[in-house]
Design a protein around this ligand. Structure first.
Ligand code: ZN
Length: 223
């Protein structure tokens, strides 16, 4: 089995970029896969391409616009506003149902045809925001299903699964890509790079973690 080659499910955001560099540290050969699924801002894919190029990682981008036509959500439908809060604890309206399952499934198909067994995804459940397919139980289940469906042994790695945003900033710093992640990635639901708009749920989460991490560094504290 080839354990030297890994495939990162990539989006150009903070989490998957941190994973990209984590992968470079742990695997001799890294490739990345990204999907155009009608997300609001194709600028994300431009960021993904630029970062992957700078990192020396081949990036394969595939069209998956079916995802935005089978259901509607604020991330792919420009007529739906991004909610800043969910008062009744339901998932945010930026949830794209089934997205991670589809991404990982397509990534797995691509991986098998390229003799890759190790898949890396930046999902996590510490800052659980109501996306069921970010949870560890789902990843373990899908790993088993993929193995059975293609009679092939996959290993899905989730280096961020148990980290909060502040700890993800620390990981980027330890991987020597803090500035790159801070300035070049796009996490904002409005497609604004770096620190973003500051008001959408994604920016709030990212920036809270950043402030917490910078404060802990300034105070010399280990959280
Ligand atoms: Zn934002």
């Amino acid at each position: 089995m080839n354990r030297s080659k890994a495939l990162v499910v990539y989006s150009g955001g903070q989490d998957s970029t941190t994973c990209l560099f984590w992968a470079k540290k742990h695997f001799a050969q890294v490739e990345a896969i990204a999907f155009n699924y009608g997300q609001r801002h194709v600028v994300e894919l431009t960021a993904a391409s630029n970062i992957a190029k700078a990192a020396g990682v081949p990036l394969h981008i595939f069209e998956l616009d079916l995802l935005s036509s089978v259901s509607h959500n604020a991330l792919t439908d420009k007529d739906i506003n991004v909610e800043s809060d969910q008062p009744d604890h339901r998932p945010p309206n930026t949830l794209v149902e089934g997205r991670n399952m589809l991404f990982l499934t397509y990534a797995a198909i691509f991986a098998k045809s390229n003799n890759i067994h190790d898949l890396i995804t930046g999902v996590g459940q510490s800052d659980y925001s109501g996306y069921p397919d970010c949870r560890n139980d789902f990843i373990l289940s899908l790993n088993q299903t993929l193995n059975l469906s293609m009679a092939y042994e996959y290993r899905i790695h989730t280096p961020l699964m148990w980290l909060n945003k502040s700890e993800i900033w620390r990981m980027a710093d330890e991987l020597d890509v803090f500035d790159l992640v801070r300035n070049q990635t796009i996490t904002c639901y409005h497609g604004i790079p770096g620190d973003g708009c500051g008001t959408c749920p994604s920016c709030k989460l990212r920036n809270r973690g950043l402030v917490k991490y910078l404060n802990s560094e300034a105070n010399g504290q280990i959280e």
